[in-house]
Write a protein that binds this ligand. Structure first.
Ligand SMILES: O=C(O)CCC(=O)C(=O)O
Length: 334
């Protein structure tokens, strides 16, 4: 492994400038393309109100019009989020060679492991971010070789967070189903049911001397059905609305929900996956913990049959999730 392949290493020796491959083209540079003076007020949904119908309507509208929203007063204890964040940060602060033990094997077809670049970028540019990916659910899909052993509480903290996550996942799938006029269990079933895979990613965005020129994660929509994310307290997430980029306000302990491509497909376009990207910070490391809720690789996903008829023909192909990912990552049309 080349010593300077990790962005964390590059960051540690970059004082005022950054290497050319991190400088985005003009149409992407956050310094030029961010709308200033407004943070995007993407919807905030309070799960603690005693009015399920109101929550349902808010989720459905936000999933249709925005594809992104934040949930507050969910049942996940702040302490569980804090522990998840603490163990992740501790891992990324380990010496580089300790992290390399978990590096994604070069010939691996899975994304699992510690790594730096995911998507092929057309101009050969790089994002200012390293990551760790590993599946956290269901138990049969877990490869503990990619779970850090240091800090020792890493596994317990991650499992604790996942235990709390199930309720939110099931509630979202149920409400999104009902919002399509179908039975509550249908959407989750169509996404893989009990085999639905939860893939945890930790993004580590080191401090960057030129946050005006670099991006963390470049503009993309998630391939998942749903993504549930918690960031640390450093601003960085941006969403695209009508072709403009806006900061998404950081709300402590909120869960950020992204509608992913598979949800857009299953709903035949009634819910929209959201185009988003991240910026980086000059002084502070930013971290985020998205969990991607994905169908198993061999599972076929397409518009739900209940939503398709002569007036509403399918707008998307049905295909195996694994094939969808292969096409997307290699920029092959779906
Ligand atoms: O860091 C974030 O807030 C977003 C991360 C993201 O979009 C991704 O990892 O796909």
């Amino acid at each position: 492994m080349h010593a300077h392949e990790r962005v964390q290493d590059i960051a540690s020796i970059s004082k005022d400038e950054i290497p050319a491959e991190f400088i985005r083209s003009k149409n992407e540079q956050p310094g030029i393309t961010t709308v200033h003076g407004t943070t995007l007020e993407c919807p905030t949904i309070d799960f603690s109100i005693q009015d399920d119908e109101k929550i349902l309507n808010q989720i459905v509208e936000a999933s249709r019009d925005w594809g992104m929203y934040q949930i507050v007063n969910h049942d996940i204890p702040n302490e569980a989020i804090k522990m998840l964040q603490e163990v992740g940060r501790t891992f990324f602060e380990l010496p580089q060679e300790e992290k390399e033990v978990y590096a994604k094997p070069p010939d691996s077809k899975s994304v699992e492991g510690y790594g730096t670049r995911l998507q092929k970028e057309l101009e050969g540019k790089k994002g200012w971010v390293d990551h760790l990916f590993h599946r956290v659910w269901p138990p049969a899909a877990i490869n503990y070789q990619f779970w850090p052993k240091n800090p020792p509480s890493y596994r317990e903290a991650s499992e604790e967070y996942v235990n709390h996550l199930h309720k939110v996942v099931d509630k979202l799938f149920k409400m999104l189903s009902l919002g399509l006029g179908i039975e509550g269990h249908e959407l989750k079933k169509a996404a893989g049911g009990d085999d639905l895979v939860y893939l945890l990613k930790i993004n580590y965005y080191p401090p960057c001397p030129r946050p005006d020129l670099a991006l963390g994660v470049v503009a993309h929509t998630d391939m998942s059905a749903l993504t549930i994310l918690v960031p640390n307290d450093v601003q960085g997430l941006q969403a695209c609305r009508d072709g403009h980029w806006y900061d998404v306000k950081y709300i402590p302990n909120a869960l950020v929900i992204h509608i992913g491509d598979q949800m857009e497909i299953m709903s035949n376009g009634r819910y929209k996956s959201v185009l988003h990207r991240t910026t980086v910070n000059k002084e502070k490391a930013r971290l985020s913990w998205p969990v991607f809720m994905e169908p198993p690789q061999e599972h076929v996903v397409g518009p739900l049959s209940q939503l398709v008829n002569d007036e509403n023909p399918p707008k998307y192909k049905s295909k195996k999730f694994g094939e969808y990912c292969y096409c997307k990552l290699n920029k092959i049309p779906q």
